[in-house]
Write a protein that binds this ligand. Structure first.
Ligand SMILES: [Zn+2]
Length: 163
C-alpha cells in the first residue's frame, strides 16, 4: 500500500513535468519565428510572408509558401520576400529567385535512418527545390554561378504555380 502511493506520487510528478515541458515548448514556439506550414524555424534570410486563409503568415522560404498554395488548393499570395544577401525585405513584384541551387536554408539535419521511413522522407520536401530570393537579377546570377540553379523573376515563378 505504501509503495503504491509512493509510485502514484512519482507518476503524478512525472505527468506534471511532462505537461509543464509541453506547455513551455508550445509557449516558446509560438513566440519564435516558426513556419506557418512546416513548423521549421525561420531562417532570417529566407523569411517569406504570404497570405494564407485570409491572414498574413510567416513561411520559412518562398518554396514552402508556394507549396502551401498547392496543397490547400487556394491561392497563397506571397507579399514579402527576404534578400538572401542582406536579410532586407523585398517586394515579390521586383525580386528574382534562384531555383534549385545547392543552398537550402530549410534543409533538415538528416533524420535517423529508418528502413521503412527513409524513402518517404526523402521523396518530398516542401522546401525543395530551394528558392533563394534577391533584389536584383545580377545578384541572383552571381549566386547561381557559384551555387547552381536557375534565375527566375519571382512573379514568373509564382504565376507558374497558379496554373
Ligand atoms: Zn516551411
Amino acid at each position: 500500500m505504501e509503495r503504491r502511493s509512493w509510485f502514484g506520487g512519482f507518476v503524478g510528478f512525472l505527468m506534471l513535468a511532462i505537461l509543464g515541458y509541453a506547455g513551455w515548448r508550445t509557449f516558446s514556439y509560438s513566440n519564435a519565428d516558426e513556419c506557418y506550414a512546416c513548423r521549421r524555424p525561420i531562417h532570417a534570410h529566407s523569411r517569406t510572408v504570404a497570405v494564407a486563409n485570409g491572414h498574413a503568415q510567416l513561411f520559412c522560404c518562398p518554396a514552402c509558401a508556394l507549396s502551401q498554395h498547392e496543397q490547400a488548393g487556394k491561392p497563397t499570395q506571397v507579399t514579402q520576400l527576404t534578400s538572401f544577401l542582406n536579410g532586407k525585405a523585398l517586394s515579390p513584384e521586383t525580386a528574382y529567385v534562384v531555383k534549385g541551387s545547392n543552398v537550402n536554408t530549410c534543409e533538415r539535419t538528416p533524420a535517423p535512418i529508418q528502413a521503412d521511413k527513409r524513402s518517404v522522407n526523402l521523396r518530398y520536401d516542401r522546401c525543395a527545390p530551394s528558392l533563394v530570393a534577391f533584389a536584383q537579377r545580377g545578384e541572383a546570377l552571381e549566386f547561381a554561378r557559384e551555387h547552381g540553379g536557375e534565375v527566375v523573376a519571382f512573379q514568373e515563378l509564382a504565376a507558374a504555380f497558379v496554373k
